[in-house]
Design a protein around this ligand. Structure first.
Ligand code: IPD
Ligand code: CA
Ligand code: CA
Length: 267
């Protein structure tokens, strides 16, 4: 059984409550796909409502903690040592298209360090949690990153830039390196779940550029607590500040870092 700190229990209760609303919204979306106006407004309402529920629930249990939120931005707390980092729906484009690959992502920082993490896909009911020093779990199962050692055997996940997002040239050059030396790549559309799936050993590795703190904060702790290595694309720890990330086991990580760096010169 996972060790769940009181804060992680609070995060789980909030995510389950918000998740019930998201499942209802997801069901409703099926009817909207075919409407003229399309489901975009509906989805942005679902996004904000989900975030509001999470903030309400977490604030009730942990008054004074601060927040970094995708939708509402920063909420300063009286308690300067704790902050929740939240993406209410990671994988919005999937959600909008009725694809059940999206998640609620919540991380808790204490004095700037990630201490508790949750990634929850309400449709599949897969709940990924990690507590610093206590391992990562998928529901009740302890997670370990995959043990594969050779690039030729591995499956790598990433996110491709889309219209209006930078980093196309770098991505295409890195992608060329990955598809030329590994068993394959996947782009499933939720960075938080990509990291959770890397923690679970489904993916051997994950890299992506230009992500936001709420896309990756929870996933970083999940991978680390599953025995994996996570850095930015310079091998440093500035994933939240710079948005670039590489995760994998301790053998693959340096191999991939070298390969990706040979493709684009990081300053
Ligand atoms: C997106 C997802 C996606 C990644 C994008 C993110 P959103 O978050 O994490 O996998 O490739 O860069 O913006 O918009 O669905 O919360
Ligand atoms: Ca996101
Ligand atoms: Ca989002």
């Amino acid at each position: 059984m996972p060790y769940l700190s009181p804060s992680l229990n609070v995060m789980i209760a909030a995510a389950k409550k918000a998740g019930r609303g998201l499942i209802r919204d997801f069901g409703e979306l099926e009817n909207l796909q075919i409407s003229k106006k399309g489901p975009a407004d509906f989805v942005s309402t679902a996004d904000s409502r989900t975030e509001r529920i999470l903030v309400e629930e977490l604030t009730r249990a942990r008054p004074g903690y601060g927040f970094l939120l995708e939708e509402a931005g920063t909420i300063e707390g009286r308690d300067k040592t704790h902050r929740f980092i939240i993406d209410p729906i990671d994988g919005t484009t999937n959600f909008l298209h009725g694809i059940p690959q999206f998640s609620i992502s919540i991380a808790l920082e204490r004095e700037g360090h990630l201490v508790s993490a949750l990634v929850f896909n309400p449709v599949t009911d897969e709940l990924y949690v990690a507590e610093k020093g206590h391992g990562a779990y998928l529901n009740d199962r302890r997670l370990r990153v995959a043990a594969r050692k050779h690039l030729s055997d591995i499956l790598v996940a990433s996110g491709a830039p889309f219209m209006g997002k930078g980093g196309r040239k770098e991505f295409l050059s890195e992608l060329d390196g990955i598809i030329g030396s590994t068993a394959g790549m996947r782009r499933f559309g939720s960075a938080a779940l990509d990291l959770a799936w890397t923690a679970a050993g489904r993916f051997d590795a994950f890299w992506e550029r230009n992500l936001k703190p709420w896309d990756v904060a929870a996933g970083i702790l999940l991978v680390r607590e599953a025995g994996g290595v996570v850095t930015d694309l310079n091998g440093r720890d500035s994933m939240l500040a710079r948005g670039h990330i590489l995760a994998g086991n301790e053998i693959l990580h340096p191999l991939l870092l070298e390969m990706l760096r040979s493709r684009t010169a990081e300053e």
